[in-house]
Design a protein around this ligand. Structure first.
Ligand code: NAP
Length: 333
């Protein structure tokens, strides 16, 4: 258990995930944001000008990123909501200053450098850190070993793993699970891009059989999966539809009861009686999970907010638990 308020910095605070995280940190009495940064190229801007819906009463300035600014403050934690390459470059210098790093990018989610390079298309600048990083899929987190870099899972992997891990771990699945997951366009970040502009988006699969979240999901499950992401015409949320073939034991098990038992202690994951919609969870830290089964087939549907449960919310819970605090501080009233 940590004593006192934890001083922290947020990098990538002008982005969608970083701004959401600032809002959660401001609601969390155990954390104090001493500095927030955009990229080095950006002029300083007041957070409330950028995100009035999140920051109406805040006077926090978001400053251009400059490592030297950390010489004048003492912080225990840094939250990185940055592009993958920027996180991989900046994290080692923060760790060298004794700062615990919570990284929302994909920079530390793979255990080895080959898998990382294959998925992300560049060599990791600090490959030795990969083996030291802890993957923070929160229902499976246990504070057994000390780490200093914490990898927050991707948004699609979070939704997919909540659906599949309880079944794979119990030996209830045979064959290859098939995941089709639809995401709102905030999943692509705030940067302007014609492919994700309002007038261009309709409904389109992308990264078919080559999306970098496929190996992340496989690594965590220990089995292959077919993963198809789809871009949908809405702002927030992911709906992951996961279809599996059950083993004999899986087929005779009440899977709803199995999921309820799995998540009984995890209030953010709610097993619901009807297939969920993204609007049920948008702007909330919750995941809604529904399972239907018929003979040897099961379809598990999970809805999350990509920026909260899929990014900032899971980072908030991770930091709470690493520092021995109430897991849901900042997340639940
Ligand atoms: N969006 C999601 O649903 C989601 C879900 C899970 C995980 N993630 C991951 O979270 C990270 C952030 O995603 P996002 O959607 O919030 O992206 P975003 O909206 O594009 O924001 C990126 C942030 O990083 C800053 N930045 C860019 N390059 C930088 C550099 N070299 N040094 C310092 N700061 C830099 C940007 O600053 P400027 O504004 O000044 O350019 C901005 O604040 C990504 O790794 C993403 O994969 C996102």
């Amino acid at each position: 258990m940590s004593s006192g308020v934890i001083q922290c910095v947020v990098l990538g605070a002008t982005g969608y995930a970083g701004s959401e995280l600032l809002a959660l940190l401001h609601k969390n009495p155990h954390f104090s944001v001493v500095k927030a940064f955009g990229s080095a190229e950006r002029e300083a801007i007041r957070w409330r000008e950028l995100a009035p819906q999140l920051a109406a009463h805040s006077s926090l300035m978001i400053e251009p990123w400059d490592m030297a600014q950390l010489d004048h403050v003492s912080v225990q934690a840094a939250f990185l909501a940055l592009p993958h390459a920027a996180s991989a470059d900046i994290a080692p210098a923060l760790l060298a200053r004794g700062i615990q790093v919570f990284d929302l990018s994909g920079a530390f989610r793979f255990h080895n450098a080959c898998d990382f390079a294959q998925a992300y298309g560049f060599e990791h600048p600090a490959p030795t850190l990969l083996a030291q990083a802890q993957y923070m899929l929160m229902p499976w987190y246990s504070a057994q070993a000390e780490h200093s870099v914490y990898a927050i899972p991707g948004c699609y992997p979070t939704a997919s793993l909540l659906a599949l891990k309880p079944l794979v771990d119990a030996g209830f699945i045979q064959g290859t699970p098939v995941i089709t997951a639809i995401s709102g366009v905030s999943g692509a970040g705030r940067g302007a891009n014609p492919a994700t502009s309002f007038c261009e988006v309709s409904m389109k699969a992308y990264g078919v059989l080559q999306h970098r979240h496929q190996p992340e999901i496989s690594q965590q499950l220990g089995c292959d999966v077919v993963f198809t992401p789809v871009l949908g015409p809405y702002a927030r949320g992911i709906l992951a539809v996961c279809t599996v073939t059950l083993t004999e034991q899986g087929a005779v098990t009440n899977l709803q009861a199995h999921f309820q038992a799995q998540y009984a202690e995890h209030v953010l994951v709610q097993v619901v009686p009807a297939p969920p919609a993204v609007n049920h969870v948008a702007h909330t830290p919750f995941a809604h999970l529904h399972v239907a089964q018929k003979e040897s087939t099961a379809v598990i549907t999970v809805a999350i907010d990509n920026l909260v449960m899929g990014a900032a919310g899971q980072a908030m819970q991770a930091a709470n638990q690493v520092f021995g605090l109430n897991a849901y501080a900042g997340l639940l009233p």
